[in-house]
Design a protein around this ligand. Structure first.
Ligand code: FAD
Length: 340
């Protein structure tokens, strides 16, 4: 495809915006279409962790993809410089029962990594509100984070500056575009690209509290994380396989808050806002990125629980494929035809 061809990107989440910017930088005439929050946007409610190592350690499905997750993270500094998204690279802590922490350290070692056990006083500098009764704390400098809403704004601004047009409408077909990029997250669009049938929804609840002084880095605990996000803290997150309804369910707040309060007791009485998003997931946990069997359609959907982390890699592969360039060594693992 000639690089001044017309491309419509459906979806203005982390994947759609990253792809739009990469496609515009490759010379395409890009329009992003998204009708707005009515269809749900997982990127806006996410925790914002750029966490290849703790994800590979704590989420069994991510372990096999550790190399890919790390490669995606390593593309972030360039995207930060290109887009103005602000990354916090201080690192992340793990805190909890000594037996659990030992498991975490062992799994990190299995990935060839070494997390540093830090003294209580050093941990308190990063997380002053941490519960007294917790044992040792591990510091892992490989995991970073960003503020999702600020990142969406920065990516949008960078895309506009790069000449990307935005339209507030749902995409129902390729229209007059030479290429349609489906970055629509969990939307059910198998009619536009049959490979999308491989996606299943995983709903996630997350709490946001206006209590930023409890910690300045992400803290991972058993079955819960607390992370600075959007001028407060986010406490997340549930994984509700098969649930596609994006509306928050108030019954999910109590257990999340209790889990967060095991790490930070002050969360027990904190005010909060409950949010929910729906992640799109494939059976192997990696997204569908590549050409559909439907002519003129390229997929960039299904990032499961690491969409922010892998967005720059998805964008790099999508833009290379669209431009007819070598998409690199990870493209085969994203192949949309792998479940057909
Ligand atoms: C609670 C929670 C916490 C998370 N925490 C993290 C985290 O810490 N780190 C991380 O890396 N990931 C995290 N994730 C996962 C991450 O949010 C997702 O993988 C990522 O946001 C997916 O981005 P996306 O652009 O594919 O989809 P979305 O952000 O869902 O965007 C899809 C967009 O497509 C639009 N759309 C739908 N249909 C159409 C249509 N027909 N035409 C046009 N537009 C359409 C929607 O309106 C939406 O804006 C979390 C997810 C959840 C739910």
């Amino acid at each position: 495809m000639t690089t001044n061809a017309k491309v419509t990107v459906a979806g203005a989440g982390a994947l759609g915006l990253s792809c739009a910017l990469a496609l515009a930088d490759a010379g395409f005439a890009v329009t992003v279409c998204d009708p707005g929050p009515a269809l749900g946007n997982a990127s806006a409610v996410a925790g914002g962790m750029i966490a290849p190592t703790f994800e590979a350690v704590l989420d069994a499905e991510a372990t096999a993809h550790f190399d890919l997750l790390l490669a995606a993270r390593d593309l972030w500094p360039a995207l930060e410089a290109r887009s103005g998204v602000s990354l916090d690279r201080t690192g992340a802590l793990a805190a909890g029962r000594p037996e659990w922490l030992q498991q975490v350290a062992t799994r990190l070692a299995g990935l060839g990594l070494h997390a540093t056990e830090i003294p209580r006083r050093a941990a308190e500098e990063l997380a002053p509100g941490l519960a007294d009764g917790l044992g040792p704390v591990l510091l892992n400098r490989e995991d970073w984070r960003l503020d999702p809403r600020a990142a969406l704004q920065a990516l949008t601004a960078a895309a506009v500056a790069a000449g990307v047009a935005f339209r507030s409408e749902a995409v129902r077909g390729r229209g007059d575009a030479d290429l349609l990029v489906l970055a629509t997250g969990a939307a059910d669009l198998a009619a536009l690209a049959p490979e999308m049938a491989a996606l299943a929804p995983i709903k996630g609840h997350i709490l946001r509290t206006p209590t930023p002084d409890l910690c300045s880095v992400t803290v991972r605990g058993e079955g819960v994380y607390v992370t600075p996000a959007d001028a407060g803290l986010a406490v997340g997150a549930t994984m509700e396989a098969g649930v596609a309804d994006p509306r928050p369910d108030p019954a999910k707040a109590g257990p999340l808050l209790s889990a967060g309060a095991r790490l930070f007791p002050a969360l027990a009485g904190a005010a909060y806002e409950l949010q929910a998003g729906v992640r799109a997931a494939t059976p192997d946990g990696l997204p569908l990125v590549g050409f559909s069997q439907e002519p003129g359609v390229l997929l960039a959907s299904g990032a499961r629980r690491n969409g922010w982390l892998i967005a720059p890699l998805v964008a790099q592969v999508a833009a290379a494929l669209a431009a007819g360039r070598d998409p690199g060594r990870y493209a085969a693992r994203f192949d949309p035809a792998r479940f057909s």
